[in-house]
Write a protein that binds this ligand. Structure first.
Ligand code: ADP
Length: 252
């Protein structure tokens, strides 16, 4: 974008118009660059996964019929990478939808019951236990229940993925805001990295994500859902001790 040169302060009105125009152009340019970076990051991530699938498919084609080990390993890797790619494409769609300012499907529901429900669903698939704590019997909120469930799933999934022990969820009722804290006792996040984990595709340990199946899109989606609800999300963490994600959501 080309900026209009400012003509000095002699003609005040023209000066203000020029400055406003230049500021608008600056913002447009910034959002254009962000979009460009996102497309290039997404393409890079999908391309990496496809390269791995292609490599194993090629190995299977050349040696798969004569080598049983290659056969088994290749099929397993292709299956895992395809699953990873499906998760990533689904998450990219989720991210796009939560950033398009679509209308929320707001309903009144009990957040405490919702947390217990999601926790029991996830517990069935995991050996780690999830304990939901609250001083209140109920915690009513007006929000998009499907999106809030997705938010809880992302945060619980992370807590379980990066920790071997059980995790705790605390729900606190307030007059204006409701607080949800998801606490794990796992590997934690180095303080220098906490500021980056909400960036798309950011992973603290790039080499670890293949094992954990992470995409680096979970927290950006979580942040987007919280923003759509005019809430806040922040992380407190200590390396080697654990992580706590604190979400505040307006009750209505
Ligand atoms: P991923 O799919 O890789 O988990 P996220 O966007 O959900 O992506 O998280 C980004 C990165 O933040 C993760 O790769 C991980 O390094 C770090 N992270 C997120 N949650 C936790 C947690 N509870 N404990 C430790 N590290 C975490």
């Amino acid at each position: 974008f080309k900026k209009i040169p400012s003509r000095g302060k002699s003609n005040n009105e023209l000066f203000i118009m020029t400055e406003t125009f230049n500021r608008m152009m600056g913002r447009l340019e910034e959002s254009f660059h962000k979009q460009q970076r996102f497309v290039s990051d997404a393409s890079h991530e999908l391309n990496t996964t496809l390269t791995i699938i292609e490599g194993y498919a090629n190995m299977l084609r050349r040696w798969g019929t004569i080598d049983e080990k290659v056969h088994r390993e290749s099929i397993e890797a292709i299956y895992e990478e395809s699953k990873h790619m499906r998760t990533m494409t689904q998450q990219l769609l989720d991210l796009a939808s939560s950033q398009q300012n679509e209308k929320l499907n707001v309903e009144r529901f009990d957040m405490l019951a919702c947390c217990k429900h999601v926790a029991s669903l996830v517990s069935k698939l995991n050996s780690q236990s999830i304990v939901v704590h609250s001083a209140d019997k109920e915690a009513w909120i007006e929000a998009d229940a499907a999106k809030i469930k997705q938010l809880l799933l992302i945060l619980i999934d992370n807590a379980l993925k990066y920790s071997k022990r059980s995790i705790d969820i605390y729900v606190r009722n307030g007059t204006e805001n409701l607080e949800i804290r998801i606490k794990d006792y796992g590997i934690g996040i180095p303080s220098s990295e906490i500021g980056h984990v909400f960036e798309r595709f950011y992973r603290v340990d790039q080499s670890r994500h293949r094992k954990t199946g992470g995409t680096g899109l979970g927290l950006p989606i979580a942040q987007s859902i919280v923003k759509e609800h005019q809430g806040t999300i922040r992380i407190e963490s200590a390396e080697g001790k654990g992580t706590e994600v604190i979400v505040h959501l307006p009750v209505s």
